[in-house]
Design a binder for this molecule. Sequence first.
Ligand code: NAP
Length: 253
Amino acid sequence: MQTTDQKIALITGANKGIGRATAERLAGLGMTVLMGARDPGHGEEAAAAVRAGGGDAHAVTLDVTDAATVREAARWTGERFGRLDVLINNAAITGSGRVSPVDAVDQIPSGVDLDMVRAVFETNVFGVIAVTNAMLPLLRRSPAPRIVNLSSGGGSLALNSDPDGPLTGLPPSAAYSPSKTALNALTVQYANELRKDGILVNAAAPGYVATDINDHQGFLTPAQGAEVVVRLATLDADGPTAGFFSVDGPVPW
Ligand code: NAP
């Protein structure tokens, strides 16, 4: 086992988009980054790029819906590093493919395909529970463990229920948005359980970022989207827990 004072961070879905930008930033801060990817080739390509930039990066095959890969990722991380300091639950799908939220009309509740809702929750919600619980024994060995869940302003009930709010105009969603609302709820429940152990758990709203998930319709870069994630991953011991933050501050639940 490699023993190191260098912090160890695992990011799910780190082969592209915000997850990859987060890995690049955390590596730049001197952390060892474990870049989760369901496709090993894509993971290795991303990790090699971070290494080429001087970072310490390792690809980890990890499909958050595949219990065997989750188990193996935890086993390998434990064997290789003995602990985990930061877990970023970033991997997610829209269920509608690569579309801007405006185009996701197949998520309108009255006509939604229940199998699509199940698939979205399997990745965006149940996958987070699976990965978090697999990694918790390793996080408990860290002196300052942090968990960041990649949520979305689209998961905010307050914003969704405001007829004059910023989400007005988006088609109602029975899949992606509720999955992020459920993730917010899980964030609070995990934070409440783990508060006494010094494990800070928060949800991040990265803003509207140009990535594959929205067919690059977003107006922020992945690096800009990663900013709030990095802040929550590097909180001091007196930092918040059970919170929901964008780069501009708290987001209403
Ligand atoms: P992205 O570029 O599409 O990246 C999504 C990542 O998740 C990819 O690496 C993808 O892997 C991975 N993934 C999907 N299903 C997976 C699974 N079952 N197991 C492991 N990895 C899986 O999208 P992004 O914009 O960077 O999204 C990152 C996070 O930010 C998501 O949680 C998203 O909901 C959130 N978010 C994004 C925006 C935005 O405007 N972009 C706004 C709010 C929130 P593959 O390459 O194999 O598909």
